[in-house]
Each structure stands twice: as structure tokens, then as C-alpha cells.
Design a binder for this molecule. Structure first.
Ligand code: FES
Length: 555
């Protein structure tokens, strides 16, 4: 008999006759009531390309469930598209949506008597939201990614959304014409799917493989590919397998698998957002995993993938080379990955990887002894400006140390205007504060400003420090996630124009070079801002924890 640990409680016996009526009303047969009931929790929305097709993809998951003897029902959750909301008031809802997704998936899957479930994500926050729900519910479950959009690749021209964001700064500085900028707009994203580079969505998809919550190899097939459809069918079949074997997310998400994911994050030069998300997933799984663990990982691996924004290539290029397992296997062979964690496929990551061919080409993926960059893509900084930690993105610039004078902004738009108007000069540190989890609230990404800085040709001459976040598409000298944030009186609230700031990725320091007496005087003068928040923003601001704790809303 197939396992029905929960659906039997909802739908079996004379006392549950009324419950069965509701499912009869949607076409359930006698046979259907004997099958395990599987939820397909799908983050779907037409308001952007990243999750435009995920409802369609859920049909493939349902096929897999049906083939394996289960009965599947689709339940929805929300999507806030990061790229579309960048630089707008909507961006405050991006990180908040991660919590909403985890909460709504919990509510959907934990009611209605589902025995197991498959979650489908796409855009940035949909993925950690679903994986957090997996860890929280600890029910047999499988994660599946919706896949990436194609890049525009014709002759030597290669355009992606990153080209589009940077086109704004380039146009404003007169480096390209209006017609050229509009041409990029029309071409940069020729299909639906997520952003093409190794931004947050693709970073999280690769980390889902490394964590073991998604089948190996499922991160890179394009959104439009038949392979993507086949992986979704496989995820449906796997749901029945994890149910049968009683394999649960907390068997998979352990300290060891999180450490593997942190190592992979460093080796791919992935998005800094992944730090917040892995911290949040660890918290949901009840695993103690901190910024120190990321710091340790960042000291032992170089970047071996030349993917945007660090390098020129896209997720599709990585797919053509063999996918994320190529990178994972190289790390495993070098003893940098723990082979023992069990994965959703029922085998250890080491055993699964032994079946993959790992061929590096020295173009998209490099060997570890001749890496693409000699350092990891991320450093964790501490100091008097970030006593609880901050995250430095090293990226393509390779600049590990920077000292400059502060230019302080309490709004992203003001900072953007200053860059746009040419008011920011070399050797300045743009500080954008009150952008933290409580402050903004919702810790928006500063891509508009960072892209404008890079577009203005200042990428290696100006640094940015913020208690907000960066997009995975960000380039330049960037320090974000500064904790504690300005809203709660963190030292970033005390910075003034002209103060000297030291960013040192080598020694892991972020210092405000102002003497302690002066800082104490400023602290006494500092007063919390008065503001009126309503609705979700108010609820979120009252619950959310600091970035160093993953900006979660759970205790
Ligand atoms: Fe959704 Fe980039 S905007 S992945």
C-alpha cells in the first residue's frame, strides 16, 4: 500500500465523508483517494519573465507524480520580480516576499492533508522561500527550479539583463547613443526564464543542487528546454520516492550540506544574497550556521567560474559545459566538498557526482590550480562600522582594499541622482543607509546605483557601503548587509560626509576612521527616525531580525 500518512487523516473513514465531497467536486475518483496526495507548490505570476511559465511546468511535475502512482494538486504562492522592482518602492517587497512565500507554502501544504510536496521557484526570493518552507515543515519534499532565459547571442553580440542595467549609466555618460540603449532594451531578454547571469536566482539554483534539495544537474537547463520539462517530471516521481523512504528536508539540510553550499557559493562567485538565504534556511532547519562559516569558506576557495557578473558567460554556457555538477565535482575531487550529505535523490552527493563527467574548459569553468580569480567572490567584514558583520562583494574588480571619504545618503534615489549628475568623484565611499531589513523596510537592492557607478566608469574608483543589499548582478567595490543597520542605531547611522572609511577584504575589516570620543558624541545625539508604516511593511518591520541573522521573521 502506498504511504498516505496525512491524507488518510483528512480523507479516510466515515467521519471524513464531507471532506471527500470537496475533492469529488474537482473530479476525484475512487482510485484517487487511495493514492498519496502530493502538493505542487508553485510560485507563479505573469508579472515578469522569471515565473511566467512555472504553472505550465507544474503540469510536468504532475505527470511525474501520476506516473509514480500519486495524485497531485497545484497550490500557488506569490512572486515579486526583483529586476522589475529595482530602484522603485516595490523593491521593499522583494525580501519580504521570501517570508510570505515560506509562510503561504506552509499554510497551503500543511492544510489539505498533503503527504508530500514539490516546490517550483524561479525569481530570486521564490527559491529560498520554498526551501525555507521545506526546512520548516520537514515533510518529504523536493525543490525544482524554473530555469533561465536565453541570452541574445548573435554573431559576436551577447546581451543580457546586465547589459540593460548598465546601459542606463553608459547612456547618461554619453558612452552610447539613445538608439543603442533602446536596441539593448529590445534584445536583452529574448525568452522567459530568470536573468541569464549568475545573479541571485541562478546562484540559488546551483546552491539547491549543492544543498541536495534539488536533483543534481537541474539548475542549468534553460526555462524553454525539453530538459527542464524532464527534470520537472523527475521531481514529481521523486516526491513519491522521498515519501516512500521517509526522507525529509532536515535529513538533507545539515551543517555539512550548508557548508558545502557555502563553499560552492564562493567558488562560483555567486550573489551575496545567498548568504542571507542560507542563513535563513539554516535557521528554519534548526542548524547553527553563521557568517563565520561563510568567512571560513571564503578563505579556502578561489572563483573557478567565469559567469556574469564576475566573468562574461551565462548560465546557458555553463549548461553547455555540463552544468553545475562540473563545478561541484572539481571541488569534491580537491577535497573541498564533503561527499557524505544525503540528497533528495536518496544518494549522497559524493556518490551522485561520481556518475557525472566533469570537464573544465578553462573558459567558462577553470581548474582549481589555475582559477579564474585567485580569491573567493565574497568576504565577511567586521569592524567598528559593522560590529555584527557585513558582506563584501569582490567581483570582477579584484579590489580588496579601499579607503575613501564618505558621501552619505539616506535614500537610494538621492544617491542615484548624485551619480547621475556627476557629483560623485574618485576615492569616495557612497554610504546608503536606512536601507536595512527594518529600515527600508525590506532591505532593498542597490543595483540602480551600483549599475550607474559602473556605467559611469567609476566601478573601481568608488566604493559603496550600505545596510541594504546588492543584486547578484552588481559589480564594483561593494559592501552590504552592514549590521546592525542604521534604523536600530547601528554605527552606520553615525557616518557623516567626509569621514574616512576603510574597507579591507584582506584582513576582513570595515572601519569608520573617526576617533571613538567623536563617535560616542554622535551616538548620544542620534535619535531614531519617526515614520509611519502601514500594513505588511509595518508587520514585517516589527518582526524582522538583522541581516547577520538572515533577516528572518521567525524567532
Ligand atoms: Fe527574476 Fe532576475 S529578475 S531572476
Amino acid at each position: 500500500m502506498p504511504k498516505r500518512p496525512r491524507s488518510s487523516l483528512w480523507y479516510d473513514g466515515i467521519e471524513n465523508l464531507p471532506h471527500r465531497v470537496y475533492l469529488r467536486a474537482i473530479g476525484f475518483s475512487e482510485e484517487d483517494f487511495k493514492k498519496p496526495l502530493i502538493a505542487v507548490a508553485v510560485a507563479w505570476s505573469e508579472a515578469g519573465p522569471c515565473n511566467f511559465h512555472t504553472l505550465q511546468l507544474s503540469l510536468a511535475v504532475k505527470e511525474g507524480v501520476r506516473d509514480a502512482g500519486g495524485k497531485a494538486l497545484t497550490v500557488p504562492t506569490i512572486v515579486v520580480n526583483d529586476g522589475i522592482n529595482m530602484g522603485t518602492p516595490g523593491m521593499r517587497y522583494s525580501l519580504i516576499s521570501r517570508e510570505l512565500i515560506a509562510d503561504t507554502v506552509e499554510a497551503q501544504v500543511n492544510s489539505h492533508g498533503f503527504d508530500a510536496w514539490v516546490g517550483i521557484g524561479g525569481c530570486d526570493k521564490t527559491q529560498p522561500g520554498i526551501i525555507m518552507a521545506m526546512a520548516r515543515l520537514n515533510m518529504p519534499s523536493v525543490y525544482m527550479y524554473g530555469g533561465t532565459a536565453e541570452a541574445y547571442e548573435v554573431n559576436a553580440e551577447r546581451l543580457t539583463v546586465e547589459t540593460a542595467f548598465e546601459a542606463v549609466g553608459a547612456y547618461l555618460r554619453g558612452l552610447i547613443s539613445l538608439e543603442e540603449a533602446l536596441d539593448i532594451e529590445r534584445k536583452a531578454m529574448p525568452t522567459y526564464g530568470t536573468c541569464q547571469g549568475l545573479f541571485t536566482a541562478n546562484t540559488m539554483a546551483i546552491l539547491a543542487e549543492a544543498l541536495g534539495v534539488m536533483p543534481l544537474g537541474a539548475a542549468t537547463p534553460p526555462a524553454t528546454s525539453a530538459e527542464r520539462w524532464r527534470y520537472a517530471q523527475y521531481a514529481g516521481r521523486l516526491a513519491l520516492q522521498v515519501l516512500e523512504n521517509d526522507l525529509k528536508p532536515r535529513d538533507i539540510i545539515t551543517y555539512e550540506s550548508l557548508r558545502n553550499a557555502a563553499t560552492v557559493l564562493m567558488a562560483i562567485g555567486g550573489s551575496t544574497n545567498a548568504i542571507l538565504h542560507l542563513l535563513a534556511i539554516a535557521r528554519e532547519a534548526g542548524v547553527k550556521f553563521t557568517l563565520r562559516d561563510f568567512e571560513e569558506a571564503s578563505r579556502k576557495v578561489p572563483v573557478i567560474a567565469a559567469l556574469q557578473p564576475v566573468g562574461p558567460y551565462t548560465m546557458n554556457d555553463l549548461h553547455r559545459l555540463g552544468g553545475a555538477p562540473v563545478i561541484l565535482k572539481k571541488l569534491l575531487e580537491a577535497g573541498l566538498l564533503d561527499p557524505s550529505p544525503i540528497t533528495v535523490e536518496g544518494e549522497s552527493i559524493g556518490k551522485l557526482l561520481s556518475k557525472w563527467e566533469a570537464r573544465v574548459d578553462g573558459r567558462v569553468v577553470y581548474p582549481l590550480d589555475k582559477p579564474y580569480k585567485p580569491y573567493a567572490g565574497i568576504r565577511i567584514l567586521y569592524g567598528n562600522l559593522a560590529p555584527e558583520g557585513a558582506v563584501m562583494k569582490i567581483g570582477a574588480s579584484g579590489v580588496l582594499k579601499f579607503k575613501g571619504r564618505a558621501r552619505v545618503f539616506d535614500s537610494e534615489q538621492d544617491a542615484f541622482n548624485a551619480v547621475k549628475n556627476g557629483e560623485i568623484g574618485e576615492n569616495e565611499v557612497v554610504v546608503i543607509r536606512y536601507m536595512g531589513p527594518k529600515g527600508a523596510p525590506g532591505m532593498p537592492e542597490m543595483l540602480k546605483v551600483t549599475a550607474a557607478i559602473v556605467g559611469a566608469g567609476l566601478g573601481e574608483k568608488v566604493a559603496l557601503v550600505t545596510d541594504g543589499r546588492f543584486s547578484g548582478a552588481t559589480r564594483g567595490i561593494m559592501v552590504g548587509h552592514v549590521a546592525p543597520e542604521a534604523e536600530v542605531g547601528g554605527p552606520i547611522a553615525l557616518v557623516r560626509d567626509g569621514d574616512e572609511i576603510l574597507i579591507d577584504g584582506e584582513s576582513g575589516r570595515l572601519e569608520l576612521l573617526v576617533d571613538s570620543e567623536e563617535l560616542e558624541r554622535r551616538r548620544r545625539e542620534w535619535r531614531p527616525r519617526r515614520r509611519e508604516l502601514r500594513g505588511l511593511l509595518a508587520k514585517y518591520a516589527s518582526l524582522v531580525r538583522q541581516a547577520s541573522e538572515g533577516a528572518v521573521t521567525i524567532a
